[in-house]
Every structure is written in C-alpha cells, then in structure tokens.
Design a protein around this ligand. Structure first.
Ligand SMILES: [Zn+2]
Length: 211
C-alpha cells in the first residue's frame, strides 16, 4: 500500500514552492506554456520526503499513513531532482530535504518583507486598521481617503466622497499614515491643503482578505 498524496496536497506543495524545484542548486521552474494554447506543461513532482511505501527511500515506519501523505512529508521537485533524491537516499537525507524545503518556501524575500510590514502595522495601529478594514469591506472600490478634524467640512465636485479618518479618533494619525507611506501601502496624492491618500492594491487586498 502506497500512501500517495491527494490532488489537494500536490497543489499545496506546488504553490508553496512557487512552482520551482526546491533543490537550491536547481531551482528549475516546473511549469510553462504548452505549444497548444489550452495546455500547460508540468515537469514538477510532489516527492515524498519519507517514502510512501515500505522499502522506499527514507521510509519511516513510525509515520502513520496520514502523516505520510500530509503536505509536511512532501517536497516539490523537478523530475530530475525527484529521481536524484530517490536514487541516492543515503546522500539525500530527510534532514537535507527538510532544509531544502524550508529555504524554498521562505526564499521569496519580497514576500517575507511584505508579511513583516503587515505584522508591524498590526502592532502599531490596530484600531486604525480595524476601521480601514471595515471601510474597504463596505466600499470595496474606494481607494482614496483624507485626514480631517471633525469640525472641518469637506466637499468635492460631483459629490464624490473619499473615506475619512479623523484626528480625534486616532492619536498620531499623521505619523501612522507616514509609516504606511514608508511601507508603500498607501500613496500620498494631496494636491491642495487637504491630506489625501490612496490605498495601494496590495494594502486593499491585505485588509479585505484578513477580515
Ligand atoms: Zn530540480
């Protein structure tokens, strides 16, 4: 009996590796366009770190069937590297494959920096983000917002109303928005004396996904 991966697990491994072979010395892109327009080529394999069946490479009898076919026991490789790790299992140990996997899944520095930025702003301005999240959920197409005091009035031609955040509701509002600008999550679009900004699509996606 082989404990094969489900279609869903294969897909998770493919996406976690961002479609690239997880061997750091390889990292071949494992998908691409087929000459027929409605097809794509896949030369990737969801390989077992510990074998799917007794007698296979790195087989671990201590694993349950469930563990053996979980994403934790898989690594995304190109066909060549998948063959390589199984033909020389003393060299390609469980520990080595786990290290490859960790690197491959964390290799996207930009994504790591993006996640770090969101984690920082969640700590620095949780109430403001709650309000922004609520606004963008209610008005998914709005991107512009202004900063105001409650005593000020603001009208725009055509009756267009941007979102508004009030100084009375948020301490250090200018500094918080400046930080969002530093992280390139909002863009300053002021053209008169009103402080006016626009959410980037990345920020809007983040806020609406996390709600
Ligand atoms: Zn490879």
């Amino acid at each position: 009996m082989r404990d094969d991966f489900s279609r869903g697990t294969i897909d998770v491994l493919f996406r976690r590796a961002r479609a690239k072979c997880s061997n750091p010395a390889c990292p071949t892109v494992t998908c691409g366009a087929h000459s027929e327009e409605d097809k794509a080529i896949n030369i990737g394999v969801a390989a077992h770190i510990t074998a799917a069946a007794p007698g296979g490479p790195r087989y671990d009898p201590a694993f349950s069937a469930e563990e053996r076919k979980s994403p934790h026991n898989g690594i995304w490789l190109c066909q060549t590297c998948a063959k390589l790790i199984d033909s020389d299992s003393p060299k390609y140990t469980v520990e080595l494959l786990r290290a490859w996997k960790t690197i491959a899944e964390a290799a996207d520095e930009q994504e790591a920096a993006r996640m770090a930025a969101f984690s920082t702003i969640e700590k620095m301005m949780p109430e403001l983000l709650v309000e922004m999240r609520k606004d963008l959920t209610e008005y998914p197409l709005k991107r512009e917002f202004i900063l105001m005091r409650k005593s000020w009035s603001y009208g725009m031609a055509g009756g267009y109303q941007p979102l508004v955040y009030y100084y009375e509701d948020h301490d250090d509002l200018d500094d918080k928005i400046a930080l969002l600008c530093d992280y390139r999550l909002v863009v300053d679009i002021a053209y008169n004396d009103v402080k006016r900004y626009r959410f980037t699509q990345g920020m809007a996606d983040y806020l609406t996904q996390a709600s």
